[in-house]
Design a protein around this ligand. Sequence first.
Ligand code: PHE
Length: 503
Amino acid sequence: MSREKWGTRTGFILAAVGSAIGLGNIWRFPYVAYKNGGGAFMIPYLFAILTTGVFFVAFEFIMGKKYRGSAPLTYFRINKKLEFVGWWQFLIAFVIMTYYAVILAWAMDYIKYSATLAWGEGTKAFFYSSFLHVSPGASVGHFGNIVWQILIPLLIVWLITFGTVFNGIKNGIEIMNKVALPMLIVLFVIFVIRAVTLPGSISGLNAFFEPTWSSLKQPSVWISAYSQIFYSLSLGMGIMITYSSYLPQKEDTTNNAFITAFSNSGFELLSGIGIFAALGFMAQKSGVSIKDLAAGGIGLAFVVIPQIINQLPMPQFFGILFFLCLLIAGVTSLVSLVEVCISAICDKFEWSRKKTVLIVGIVATVVSVFYSTNSGVYLLDVVDNFVNSFAILPGAVVEIISVLWIFKRFNILRDEANRYSQIRLGKLWKISLGILTPIVLIVILITSLIANIQTVYGGYSSSFVAAFGWSMVIALPILALLISRIPWKNAEKAKIIPDGEDG
Ligand code: PHE
């Protein structure tokens, strides 16, 4: 049986862009850019897109298309010693999806709260106390109780996500992205137009775009640009490999990589404009400076934004709009993480998609329940920090060095890409992806290593961080090695790359 295929090229691109556009675009990029030089940040940012972003996406696209397998199968076909890299990325995808879904559950709750502005004036107290019911501190083995208002939307998020993946590539993931992505863009543009037409928005935009040129001299600014691009394009998690394994042979992956990277950045820029225009309005209204209002992540989405919504005309409408955007942007990313896991298991054990979705669905749901307890937000924070710094990054370094340098696939992959594309990949690709990118990734890795050794992350107890941070990231590659020792259900089939001309 030949591998399933995307129905159309647009379907594939929308799915790849859908994965890239996520929470990181909406709540991470604006703040990262602002903190790292504002307008001047565009220089390292563009540099990172052109030297790493596009080239890395192209690399994962070509690998998936050429070897036509899930992440483990793709690496296995490059060399059987590399199979564990695929399982490492599989485990990373699994870990991330179990907490990513929880944030989407919060967003779903906040859509409901928008209808009555349930958060009141004290949005921070509401979020942490009334909504999350956080316990005063985090400790190992003491999670407290399940918070039902998180668990119920969480189940709905899982139902939508696994329901989508259950229906396969063409009839599930492709259709969902074809509906969700245009909808997201329309809704988000309405939000941005509202934001830029508010009084005071100009001061927010000035704060966002005002270039601090001296920041270009700081290495940390360049590091932030690379980290943002890397996370935002969903790299190093097997996602782009998996998605492109469903492409027909003749596809121009280089071109697709450019489209994916630039669409993602376009959305990031739009988000920076919308968020900072809204912050400018809030600064004028409240008399608090933009510097003190500006935030990223959970604090931006669930504390500052509700404050801003309170001040708007038609607050209910814009509340629903914002959190719906967050939810849609997140679901299309979540689906891509889930597909990494589903395709890997289907390939390895030859289970049917439906059976795999059912089993993975149940396991992921059970694990994610831990994040909907009184200590859930602490757990989420620690796992997120460690998996991003100490699993994705080293995994990606291993990915590049092993495929390009140890097993020398550079020429094969380049020829495969160039055969179907007018955009030529050559020396620049080799130097950027093969040399510059791993160096930058290693620098980022060492910087975070030093930071996390000097101080215990987030001010949590060291046993909590040791258990769910360090132990977790160390366990992943070990577990991956063990899984790669299990034989393929059909070893002969795994070795042969199927013909990609059909379908
Ligand atoms: N690329 C997504 C974003 O920008 C983040 C993400 C990372 C999503 C990993 C899925 C997997 O938010």
